[in-house]
Design a protein around this ligand. Structure first.
Ligand code: NDP
Length: 282
């Protein structure tokens, strides 16, 4: 180092501040309900420019209104389905047209699946891969020129089911593992090519959104964590350009430490978290 500065100076962790997202141009997908909706409200309070998307227009309208009340620099929505890659690309183009660029792309939506034993429906796996995985790829590709320009961030919302084999969500788990493979490999190439776009993979445990509670509250022996806090942690992780984000840490990161040294034990622990007598056989 010829600069005269000790090298560790640049490695001091930057503290989180909501100011980091003030005035930033952010896309949040799957923001009509759940964690995505909460992220939109946090971003609004921080004064970001927000572009949200999902299928249900009436819900998006309400979320946008609330974002304006909460202080968003601007808030708008586009409704459509992420089964359609042209729609995924269209959302990104809208950021270019109406916001003049993009600082953060938050990929959060998930298609509907079932909770139960794998039913052998290959068509459903293909459709879910399109919604939960391919549309994430398509949006990333379209957004990359803008994100390179802004030295921005990609935030990918995944799950413990995308790091460890979980029963009863086989198609969903497959799509989440695919995200890890794609985005972890892409991050390596960004480093090699000096592309200053961060990729944050978010590993979430059980969160108290309506969808998750409906699917699993009766079956899982784990208490759900609050969605608003989860949403804030995701935004912090993205703004701080962290590689991976674990929420909550104790129920996600710690079990994963077992994975490489005691995989069978972790598998057994995972299975012990379900009330197996309450799973339908399809
Ligand atoms: P929600 O079901 O509340 O939200 C899903 C969002 O995706 C909704 O806005 C929904 O809106 C949208 N969506 C669904 N289908 C489509 C489609 N075909 N095209 C476009 N948008 C669609 O989910 P959560 O908030 O619980 O989950 C958010 C993220 O967190 C997901 O990536 C999920 O995997 C992850 N996660 C959640 C956990 C939990 O326990 N809740 C645990 C681990 C990870 P609409 O129906 O209007 O299209």
């Amino acid at each position: 180092e010829g600069s005269g500065h000790p090298i560790w100076v640049s490695q001091i962790p930057v503290p989180w501040s909501p100011e980091m997202l003030k005035g930033k141009r952010v896309i949040v997908t799957g923001a009509s309900t759940g964690i995505g909706e909460e992220m939109a409200y946090h971003l609004a309070r921080m004064g970001s420019h927000i572009l949200i998307t999902a299928r249900t227009e009436s819900k998006l309208q309400k979320v946008v209104e609330r974002c304006r009340e909460l202080g968003a620099a601007s808030a708008q929505y586009i409704s459509g389905t992420m089964e359609d890659m042209a729609f995924a690309e269209h959302v990104v183009k809208e950021a270019q047209t109406s916001l003049g660029g993009l600082d953060m792309l938050i990929l959060n939506h998930v298609g509907t699946s079932y909770f139960g034993y794998f039913d052998g429906d290959v068509g459903h796996v293909r459709k879910l891969l399109e919604i939960n995985f391919l549309s994430y790829v398509a949006m990333t590709v379209s957004a990359l020129p803008m994100l390179k320009e802004s030295e921005g961030s990609i935030v990918v919302v995944s799950s413990m089911a995308g790091k460890v084999g979980f029963p009863f969500t086989v198609p969903y788990s497959a799509t989440k593992f695919a995200l890890d493979g794609f985005f972890s490999s892409l991050r390596q190439e960004f480093h090699i090519q000096n592309i200053n776009v961060s990729i944050t993979l978010c590993i979430l445990g059980f969160i108290d959104t309506d969808r998750a509670l409906r699917a699993a509250a009766d079956v899982l022996l784990v208490p759900p964590a609050p969605r608003a806090e989860c949403a804030l942690e995701i935004l912090k992780g993205g703004a701080l350009r962290r590689r991976e984000l674990y929420y909550r840490y104790g129920s996600t990161r710690l079990p994963l430490l077992l994975r490489d040294c005691a995989a069978e034990l972790l598998d057994r622990l995972v299975r012990s978290r379900y009330r197996l007598d309450r799973i339908g056989t399809g």
